[in-house]
Ligand binder design. Sequence first.
Ligand code: COS
Length: 384
Amino acid sequence: MIRDQETLNGLLGTIARFVRERLIPNEDIVAETDEIPADIVADMKSMGLFGLTIPERFGGLELTMEEEALVVFELCRASPAFRSLIGTTVGIGSQGILFDGTPEQQQKYLPRLATGELAASFALTEPEAGSDAASLRTTAIREGDHYVVNGTKRFITNAPQAGIFTLMARTDPADKGAQGVSAFIVDADSPGIGFGKRDRKMGQKGAHTCDVIFDNVRVPAGNLIGKEGQGFKTAMKVLEKGRIHIAAVCVGVAERMLDMALGYAMERRQFGQPIAGFQLVQAMLADSKAEIYAARCMVLDAARRRDDGLPVSTEASCAKMFASEMCGRVADRAVQIFGGAGYMSEYGIERFYRDVRLFRIYEGTTQIQQTVIARNMVRAMGGR
Ligand code: COS
């Protein structure tokens, strides 16, 4: 937790300057090469960005959810690939260890995650288990003091860079649902782990995903997170927090796209004046501004509730659903304001248009968020 406003403002100012001076000038290179330059990765490590959410006693910044959201708003005014580099380590890859890991597991892994020496990935999705996460088929069968893991995980973000995986696997093959699932920490260099080819994606160049194949991988029993059969709940807790984080990502990227659209509308002249003077263009700018503001308020409210220890399942899903859909609408309007130029690569806005499409899909689709929100409403009334 950052204890005073001045220090927080200092951190946010440093990130804003880093985005302006280092990240934005490198966006084209990242898009062309599908890599984040090594010197930028080094800068991100030295700024402590890999340790945003790790407790201070393990060397991290231990930001509250609200502080994390404010940092993410700033960081995401650049291509989302930069945030993605730290995203799984500060988020879904590490938080299971923090929430439900033993003190020994925390001491062993969190300090190296905080410095960026080790990257963490989250291995839940499978070829046949995406939205229906509880149907996963990867097995982890106890043999003496180890579990033997077999199965394939799909679209695993940062897998090529990962030092560890937070893995969800079925320890009770007789149970086909959530109760049979357990969570593990798996070292990425364990014998038997194989990696698929890097996925070729619509956008988010520089952020890497691939299949991870577990072939008789022996995982020490001491790497079980929590108890057998509790892994699905760990995953849900991790994803719930992750949804607030992704909603913050959407706000940051939408603000950047709106800045670009406004800048273009002020410069581009048609019918003898800048197009920003035309009311139909103004409507697109104003709708975007209002929707970003609404999403920003939702993110901060959900974050503060979580910091206060209140349940946020509904609020996290509302924020993720609204912010990601909002981001898609802002991207569409921004391309429209750019007109023909919006369709051309050199203006950069079409890249964001492709990048942000993912936000409505990953870490729970819009339809999953709707399901969670409505189920919570029905259950609160005593239904099922
Ligand atoms: N926090 C803690 N526990 C939670 C929880 C949360 N936010 N959400 C659910 N749980 C618990 C439930 O309480 C339940 O435990 P009990 O049986 O003891 O009551 C258990 O987890 C199973 O929950 P549920 O019955 O709701 O599970 P379902 O299989 O019906 O699935 C959805 C629920 C659809 C919400 C879940 O599968 C999901 O979130 N899917 C999307 C997964 C996803 O985001 N994938 C993206 C890729 S990973 S980056």
